[in-house]
Design a protein around this ligand. Sequence first.
Ligand SMILES: Nc1ncnc2c1ncn2[C@@H]1O[C@H](COP(=O)(O)OP(=O)(O)OP(=O)(O)O)[C@@H](O)[C@H]1O
Ligand SMILES: [Mg+2]
Length: 316
Amino acid sequence: MTKETEYAIEVDKLTKRYGDLLAVNDISFTVRKGEVFAFLGPNGAGKTTTVEIIETIRTPTSGKVTLLGMDVTKKKHDIVHRIGVLPQGFSSFDRITVRETIQYYSRLFCVNTDIDGLIELVNLKEKAKEQYKYLSGGLKQRLGIAIALVNDPEVVFLDEPTTGLDPRARREVWEVLQGLKEKGKTVFLTTHYMEEAELLADTVAIISKGKIIAMGSPGELIENNAHYQVLTLKSVDEKAFEIVRKLGFEPVRNNHRNIRIMVEHTGDVLRILNTIKDAGALYLGLDVRKPNLEEVFLKLTGEALSNGPVGEREAE
Ligand SMILES: Nc1ncnc2c1ncn2[C@@H]1O[C@H](COP(=O)(O)OP(=O)(O)OP(=O)(O)O)[C@@H](O)[C@H]1O
Ligand SMILES: [Mg+2]
């Protein structure tokens, strides 16, 4: 018997070992029905392992995972009809068109899919007759999302749907994901991109080395973990950079000769600015703000999530 709960997914003390490797280490979390839940972490953190256990594809070493009230190790056949999956690194048949691909998967599932509605939902109307091999990376991913939806699932799993896409293609995928949320689907998204989680997710779980190290809404994560401010100095010269370092801070350079400095007190900002001024060193502008999620992540884990978004965001 399945029990009705407010949760689409319940994960309790889940552990997965591959031989000696502890890939997922005693994690627990819940995903509410209708929310977008982002599972965010760097390469090898344990995202795909966790998501594929929830999808019934892999078996847990220990712990309990429930999907729509059903135990994933016991109810595989009931579960697969109610979920949709876009696997990491998805690809399809080269020589069949967008429409034929969706038709193919729809028949495979023995379901009656509203194919035109689906093509519209993922914004592929103009490409419906295009063969898979001629689609750009972003269009391929959107087709992958359409395939994940052929059985009109309640819960949709998307494993890194935007990795490797350029910023514009990534945004187009985001629009599709926002459409899924509006339709009331529960979306489980794994990603390297903080920006993506910040924009789309109701709840973000940060996973690092098999452990969840922080969880909450994007706002809560920043509020609870960021007891500092980010000072950006624009167009600094070498002398100013050295001064900041000698004061005991760790300035981070980015393009355009800007530097970012984490400061705990407003007094630190004044100390930095005054010391630079007294030494006759140069900068052309400044900005003090709360950290974004990417910086909170960096502080929590000591490692960067990816090379992409921070650089892109600052360049914009
Ligand atoms: N089938 C497997 N056999 C042995 N080790 C595995 C297997 N699958 C994953 N691993 C290892 O488990 C760890 C977690 O891998 P996983 O694929 O879950 O991480 P991930 O967070 O999805 O990473 P990525 O962002 O690169 O996709 C890694 O060290 C990986 O090498
Ligand atoms: Mg993965």
